[in-house]
Design a protein around this ligand. Sequence first.
Ligand code: PHE
Length: 495
Amino acid sequence: MGRVSEALLLKEHLSGQFALFDGSLQGLDRAEEDTVVSTAHPATTPAKPAQPPTQSSVDINGASYKTDSWFNTPPNIIANVPRRLHLQKDHPVYVTRQIIESVFPAPTYKYHNTFDPVVTTHQNFDSLGFPLDHPGRAKSDTYYVNESTLLRTHTSAHQADLFRANLSPGYLISADVYRRDEVDRSHYPVFHQMEGARSWDRANALGGDVAAAVWSDLEKLPTHAMKVEDPNPPFHAERNPLQDDHHSAAEAEAIGAHLKRSLELMVVEIFSRAARAAKRADPDFVDEPLRVRWVEAYFPFTSPSWELEVYYGGDWLEVLGCGVVKQDLYINAGVPNQLGWAFGIGLERIAMLLFQIPDIRLFWSQDPRFSNQFVGVSDNLDSLKRFVPFSKYPGCYKDVSFWLKSTSAAGGSTKANAHDFHENDLMEIVRSVCGDVVEDAKVVDDFTHPKTGRRSLCYRINYRSLERTLTNTETNELHDRLTQALVEKLGVEIR
Ligand code: PHE
């Protein structure tokens, strides 16, 4: 199974965002395809920041941070930090959080929704056991403030702190997370995740039998009638190992079973709400029986690990990542007697399914034609309605072709350009110059000159506003500015 690879993680896109809809709102991209995208960036060759830092400090959310040569966070990203969509009542991201919280009740689970997005590299990576050469650490993938400070790339950044604080047997975190990424209808550099964990303490288990305690908690959970495919064993020596220095087979099995049931119940809740909303919109709507499957996965901070996929619109769609927490996290957090599970899920992609929202940029829209559609939903989840697109404005695409900068003086090496171009740098320039009026940007030609080894690329930029018709002059101007910025910031030569 090609997709279970280290490169998946921090698996960009995983619990984050994927291509969800085709133009007709039907097709879902297959999970398989996303992995290809997520392995694209070698860890060892971090890109130069798209915008070289010119300041020595930066203000984020009212606090000032020293910057250094690692600083690569543009103003348009920092401007999104105060938006906190997961805290805006009636916003689809907020409603999705509410639905998930309803499946993990207080006081067993304590909710944390206001953690600051500026974290240390220790919190985001080291505390979770990410190796130093992990692709997720590269500047091409992550927004850094300085060498040891960044905008969190996932809610797992708070796991170690919460285990140390030891406030409750379980917790849920919801938060904005930041990743340098491509531009299309299902990727946005800021999105929202939810993290959950449940721990048991050996000291509290009757006779020290944690497995029995976990099974007894599992029996208290509701059951469901959803069809679940789970073909793999609870752990596997090579593919998905048990942490045998720390856990007995019975413990890992019990924790895995509790984790799976809990998350299946969450999926049932979300998708039955989606089906009820569909029925309210169209009484003839026939609800396909829900199918899910567990697949083996890899994360640096859980073992064994899994992803949950849901069969939707004819394809298997990854919805979350999870696993049995690596015991080192508990040990390093000063609670070595605890053990348990954790999961992470992206909220936008779930909200896109729940509300049938076709373009991820809509979440950021301040257009009342978007926000007015959800008024009152937070106070009455049973009034959840599908989004009715207000219009699809005409789009237009423009190509930009360029030669990449030669890195060697001779310019003749076949690898001359391989190391200094990261697509995410281009994507960021697109976002910085054009804001949200670019629907997607995709490479349409990639050519390496057989003699000189010089490489040229052609990108197709698809301009389409969600809110109005763009004028020709406006699009031409934007495209000219974009072209110029590519020359200035990436040193490319326009063809
Ligand atoms: N943080 C992981 C991600 O963003 C998801 C995850 C969370 C996996 C918790 C396992 C446990 O890809």
